[in-house]
Design a protein around this ligand. Structure first.
Ligand code: AHM
Ligand code: MG
Length: 337
């Protein structure tokens, strides 16, 4: 009987990758599958957010960044922590929602060589209006000795040390996209079997793009260089590669996912009152920069490669510029300038 080729599920894909490296222990694959499981649980709740009163809306508390915490943020945070704590591949977690790192500190977890940083539900101000939101995660190999509890040093690593990073986008369909140094692959959740299936193998960000994504409302408080770049984007003509189009959801997972596929640039610059911008280096900028670089794009904070920034504290913010190579090269603010 002829059996047509099935699309690989996330589990099958990670196992197949493993088969190519007989020396690999399978820990990273296991960790990615655990994150996939948490993502499916979060997806179920995200999908019924409009139906369930006690899920939709504010949780009534304020997180460490001083922002309102939505109930779904808490749910997503708890799901990820619980799946990783109950699993065997993670020594501890740093979350945008938690003041400090969470050290699992049990015999099995202390043997794990990885720690995970995450933004459990990014763009959560979009929950109430049924717009795309996402989960972002980053995996680092710990620097503290195995068989001991992980420490803050394991989390305060430069982006160049990222082992894997990814996001889950809860959009018109749900996708999990993750990058290792070997490539970026995207998996779409097939609701009929409840599995992420490989739909976007070997994702590459087009070198040239025509989309620029920025909160234009902040234009007056951007630096002169950023304003000049935005003006140049606005006035692009056919003769010089334009016209460009401006697209901004206000949910970075959605904005960057679109630009990764179609080609484009995403900017969240500092402003006069917030020179370091809004986005968090460890939970948002590093993972997206890593994915973008593996996909062939570039990411800077305006003066340096994001992945080379040495983090000083868990919740520090950074300006972020990332996207298609040629658009990044056009950006007046270049690394080293
Ligand atoms: P959050 O982590 O509180 O959800 O904030 C991050 C989000 C990003 O997804 C998005 O790019 C940015 O905030 C939008 O901010 P703004 O409304 O200032 O443009
Ligand atoms: Mg966020």
């Amino acid at each position: 009987m002829h059996t047509s080729r099935r699309v690989l599920t996330l589990d099958e894909f990670t196992i197949q990758e493993l088969r190519q490296f007989p020396a690999a222990t399978g820990e990273l694959s296991g960790l990615l599958r655990e994150i996939g499981l948490a993502a499916k649980r979060i997806n179920v709740e995200v999908n019924k957010a409009g139906l369930v009163d006690d899920i939709l809306g504010d949780a009534g508390s304020v997180n460490v960044q001083g922002e309102d915490v939505k109930k779904l943020d808490l749910f997503a945070n708890n799901q990820l922590i619980s799946v990783l704590r109950n699993g065997i591949y993670c020594a501890g977690v740093g979350s945008e929602e938690d003041d400090d790192i969470i050290v699992f500190d049990d015999e099995v977890s202390n043997r794990s060589k990885y720690v995970v940083l995450m933004d459990p539900l990014d763009g959560s101000s979009n929950i109430d209006v049924n717009t795309t939101i996402g989960t972002i995660f980053t995996v680092y190999r710990r620097v503290s000795p195995l068989e001991t509890p992980c420490t803050q040093k394991d989390f305060l690593q430069q982006g160049v040390k990222v082992v894997a990073a990814g996001y889950v986008i809860y959009g018109s369909s749900t996708m999990l996209v993750y990058a290792t140094r070997r490539g970026v692959n995207g998996f779409t959740l097939d609701p009929s079997i409840g599995e992420f299936c490989l739909s976007h193998p070997k994702m590459r960000c087009p070198d040239k793009g025509k989309i620029y994504s920025v909160n234009y409302g902040n234009y007056p408080s951007y630096s002169q260089e950023v304003r000049a770049y935005l003006d140049a984007c606005t006035y692009k003509t056919e003769e010089n590669g334009g016209p460009y189009t401006m697209r901004y959801i206000g949910s970075m997972v959605g904005d960057i996912h679109r630009n990764l596929i179609k080609g484009g640039i995403f900017l969240y610059p500092g402003t006069a009152s917030k020179p370091r911008g809004k986005l968090r280096l460890l939970y948002e900028c590093n993972p997206m920069a890593f994915i973008m670089e593996v996909a062939g794009g570039m990411a800077t904070d305006g003066t340096r490669r994001i992945l080379e920034v040495v983090p000083e504290h868990l919740h520090q913010r950074s300006p972020l510029f990332l996207g298609s190579k040629s658009m990044m090269e056009d950006l007046l603010i270049k690394p080293g300038n």
